[in-house]
Design a protein around this ligand. Structure first.
Ligand SMILES: C[S@@+](CC[C@H](N)C(=O)[O-])C[C@H]1O[C@@H](n2cnc3c(N)ncnc32)[C@H](O)[C@@H]1O
Length: 238
């Protein structure tokens, strides 16, 4: 099986045209801090396929799509894995609950994700796989799907991040790179370091982002403020 089997099954040509757009909206509310690491990593890897774990309203996915287009990669596909319930932190943080615009008690984050993606002209590049992250890697494994870039930004609990790194590492293509958000959260950082020891990658930290760096990628790692770390050792970035 191949990536094409995956696209054919879930995202036939009329996928975006088939959506009921009546509840879509655009919404600038974002978890996304546009950091230069996205541009660097996309320019270095030149991915055909990106998987994003944790999409919220689509700002990081749309940023990655924009970066791809800016370097001529307009046929890159970005698969966004999110069930759109929000994380526990969103349910307890002040105004974020309002930003989830619950209808009949259910968050409608996906309406903003769809609306924002259309408004940015990135439908056709971005596709939602609306399952949880465990179901996501199982589906991808069954269909033989691989990605050149996997961005981990779903939950912040140690067990979740461990299970995502374990589940998605085998989904990386030969030139594939995994990176993620929220290194400042100690459970995320500890999970990343434990997985680095187990799988033998180096952890590069840039701002809040972590990159699972292989020997080859290490040679290209020319970003200002990058740190190679072997353990969390506290958070030193502002
Ligand atoms: C921090 S937000 C993502 C922010 C987004 N990447 C951005 O920068 O714009 C985390 C998202 O992960 C999703 N999420 C959390 N745990 C999940 C799980 N186990 N499976 C699928 N989605 C999950 C939540 O619904 C939420 O939308």
């Amino acid at each position: 099986m191949s990536n094409q089997a995956f696209y054919d099954r879930f995202f036939p040509e009329n996928f975006w045209a088939s959506l009921d757009r009546s509840s879509f909206l655009t919404d600038e509310q974002s978890m996304f801090g546009g950091e230069p690491v996205f541009e660097w990593i996309i320019k270095t890897v030149r991915p055909d396929t990106i998987v994003e774990l944790g999409t919220w309203k689509g700002h990081s996915a749309n940023h990655m799509a924009d970066v791809c287009k800016s370097i001529g990669l307009s046929s890159t596909k970005i698969i966004c894995i999110d069930t759109f319930p929000g994380g526990p932190e969103h349910w307890v943080l002040g105004d974020v609950l309002t930003d989830m615009r619950r209808r009949n008690g259910m968050p409608t984050i996906n309406d903003a994700f769809y609306g924002n993606t259309i408004a940015r002209g990135n439908d056709g590049m971005i596709f939602p796989l609306t399952v949880d992250t465990v179901a996501g890697w199982r589906i991808m494994k069954d269909l033989g799907f691989t990605a050149d870039l996997i961005f981990v930004d779903a939950g912040h609990a140690y067990e979740q991040v461990v299970s995502e790194i374990e589940g998605y590492m085998p989904r990386l293509s030969a030139r594939g790179v995994m990176f993620g958000d929220d290194y400042q959260a100690h459970e995320v950082a500890n999970a990343v370091h434990d997985m680095a020891r187990k799988h033998g990658f180096t952890v590069a930290v840039i701002g809040r982002k972590w990159i699972a760096v292989t020997e080859t990628l290490l040679r290209y790692l020319m970003l200002p403020d990058v740190q190679l770390r072997t353990s969390f050792d506290g958070w030193i970035h502002p």
